[in-house]
Design a binder for this molecule. Structure first.
Ligand SMILES: [Zn+2]
Length: 79
């Protein structure tokens, strides 16, 4: 495997790691939410891949929809 390929892969896996850590931070921030906060849209603070940011979350029983208000990344955690 060439060095170039290794850097290519390293960049990929580091990006996945950063995103996984950020998603875990969002999950951690939602550990203590009340039952009535499920299926409602609200904001939390969490360390996203872009740094500390306000993150919109919409927790569902099966997963959490989120959007970072700093960088605009949105996605689903869990499911
Ligand atoms: Zn962000």
């Amino acid at each position: 495997m060439s060095q170039e390929q290794s850097d290519y892969e390293l960049d990929f896996f580091q990006a996945v790691d950063r995103n996984t850590v950020a998603e875990q931070a969002i999950v951690d921030a939602l550990m203590s939410i009340r039952d009535d906060q499920y299926y409602s849209l609200f904001e939390i603070e969490a360390e996203h891949t872009c740094g500390w940011a306000r993150v919109q979350v919409f927790p569902e029983r099966a997963g959490t929809l989120y959007r970072c208000l700093n960088c605009g990344m949105a996605g689903i955690i869990g499911g």
